[in-house]
Design a protein around this ligand. Structure first.
Ligand code: NAD
Length: 471
């Protein structure tokens, strides 16, 4: 059993001033696997002070100096890819096949940020005016538990590229994963005080970052409720904010789609990261005329979504991160049934033989109306709603009839038609024919899915201020 008692402040591991100790429980078998001492306001203030000191020099570094640091970070994190994957499986219950992809995306964030750094127009001049992009200052990076290494690496890479120093507040549910990652980041030998990491509760460490006047920017990944609070509380010190929040993403299956390819792709997007993914395609919109065939294809396709030990490479859906998350999913499944949706696959309770951990049954609802709770609220678990539509216009209307606007997908055969549909979705990113990624493409949401963007130049822009000099 591991015991974590230190934070990473000013270039080294230092004992926590905060005294609260939290147990770390395996989601796979509920056994105690570690204990973490949580940081408090004092730890946070020490970290902010270190970041502020270092910003006075790091904020003036050249593009090439920052590119060198990004290369060192890439090397350091790459070297721990296996360890980071193993600890994501152990602490979070991420399935092996997906955990490695997530960690790899985190590793890739550094070269992607370097590329964007090299290509961005840092200076623009015309007539008597010169505009330069300046780092915004000290950035507080607050992250969620469902892809710890990715969120931290992504935000850190953009901040370093911009010339910002950082204090990271990872989710308290990711303490073991954070420890391995910070050990890796330490090997990059960054200037002291550039990177600081304090694990603690949101309402303690996170709140201090949001209210502290020495923090200039908050980049947050998490729920809408906390995002709203950060925006409100951050206003008192005029914080710049980037908010990456929830989703209820539509997957539109057009009537010309080949079901043998489209349904497996739709199911992969729905049950991504065991359904605990902001981008999960949890509303599958299908033409009424093809509903029966779709139901049959889903029943067959769901056989591939085996639930079980996340370390087993054949497992597609692992446990939920915590008992609370498991209970949340159960309550939504009950709500769906109460509101008149029909369970096609799955349902309440644990899958057979899997009651030792927080395993939920991957569930597909049919006869779902878009105004039902299960179609409107983010469940953040393996629950898919199938909603029937009448026409292409109807599909677009239903897709956009959501307070969220993070992600969407279109499954098709006709390219022109797909583009026409994709371009009418009020979401930050649309993928065609299945999940795919591009580390230079912006990531972020319309509406309640957030404010601002991450990845590539868009991600770096979130950490800079333009300054104009007029002669
Ligand atoms: P959460 O909002 O509960 O917590 C996120 C982080 O905020 C944690 O580190 C938490 O400790 C901290 N926090 C809590 N209260 C705070 C406060 N008052 N001040 C400052 N920080 C505070 O979210 P979660 O349960 O960890 O994550 C799940 C949510 O994250 C889902 O809604 C999901 O959609 C969203 N998410 C979004 C993206 C994206 O890129 N858009 C990615 C992953 C997850």
């Amino acid at each position: 059993m591991k015991s974590l008692t230190k934070h990473y402040i000013d270039g080294g591991f230092v004992e926590s001033h905060g005294r609260e100790v939290m147990d770390i429980t395996s989601p796979t078998n509920r056994q105690l696997i570690g204990r973490v001492t949580l940081g408090d306001e004092e730890d946070t203030r020490r970290a902010i002070a270190a970041a502020k000191r270092t910003f006075s020099t790091f904020g003036r570094t050249t593009k090439d100096e920052r590119a060198t640091l990004l290369r060192r970070l890439h090397e350091a994190v790459s070297a721990r890819l296996d360890d980071l994957t193993a600890v994501m499986i152990e602490e979070y219950g991420g399935v092996a096949q997906f955990a490695r992809l997530i960690v790899q995306s985190g590793v890739n964030a550094f070269p992607a940020a370097e590329k964007a750094l090299q290509e961005m127009p840092w200076t623009r001049s015309w007539e008597k005016t010169t505009v330069t992009l300046e780092p915004v200052g000290v950035a507080g990076l607050i992250t969620a538990w469902n892809a710890n290494a990715l969120f931290i690496c992504l935000k850190l890479a953009s901040a370093v590229a911009a010339g910002c120093t950082v204090v990271i507040k990872p989710s308290e549910l990711s303490a073991l994963q954070t420890q391995v990652l910070v050990e890796a980041l330490h090997e990059a030998k960054l200037p002291k005080g550039l990177l600081n990491v304090v694990t603690g509760r949101g309402e303690v460490v996170g709140a201090e970052l949001v209210r502290n006047p020495d923090v200039d920017k908050i980049s947050f990944t998490g729920s809408v409720a906390v995002g709203e609070r950060i925006m409100r509380d951050g206003a008192a010190t005029m914080k710049r904010v980037t908010l990456e929040l929830g989703g209820k993403s539509p997957t539109i299956l057009l009537d010309d789609a080949a079901l043998d390819q489209a349904i497996p792709a739709a199911l992969i997007m729905a049950f991504l990261n065991s359904g605990q993914a902001c981008a999960a395609g949890t509303r599958l919109l299908v033409p009424k005329s093809r509903l029966d065939a779709v139901k049959q294809a889903i029943r067959e396709g769901m056989r591939a979504f085996t639930v079980g030990d996340p370390a087993d490479p054949k497992t597609a859906v692992g446990p939920m991160v915590s008992e609370r998350q498991y209970e949340r999913i159960q309550s939504y499944i009950r709500k769906g049934i109460e509101e008149g949706a029909e369970v096609l696959v799955g349902g309440e309770g644990h899958p057979e033989g899997l009651d030792a951990g927080f395993f939920a049954r991957p569930t597909v609802f049919v006869n779902v109306k878009n105004d039902m709770t299960i179609a409107q609220e983010e469940i953040f678990g393996p629950v898919l709603c199938v909603i029937a539509y009448d026409s292409e216009e109807d599909a677009i209307r239903i897709a956009n009839d959501s307070r969220y606007g993070l992600h969407g997908a279109v499954l098709r055969t006709d390219r022109q038609r797909t583009r026409r549909v994709a371009s009418q979705l009020r979401v930050g990113r649309v993928v065609i024919n299945g999940m795919t990624d591009d580390p230079q493409a912006p990531w972020g949401g319309f509406k309640y899915s957030g404010v601002g963007r991450e990845y590539g130049e868009y991600g770096i822009e979130a950490f800079v201020e333009p300054r104009a000099i007029l002669e």
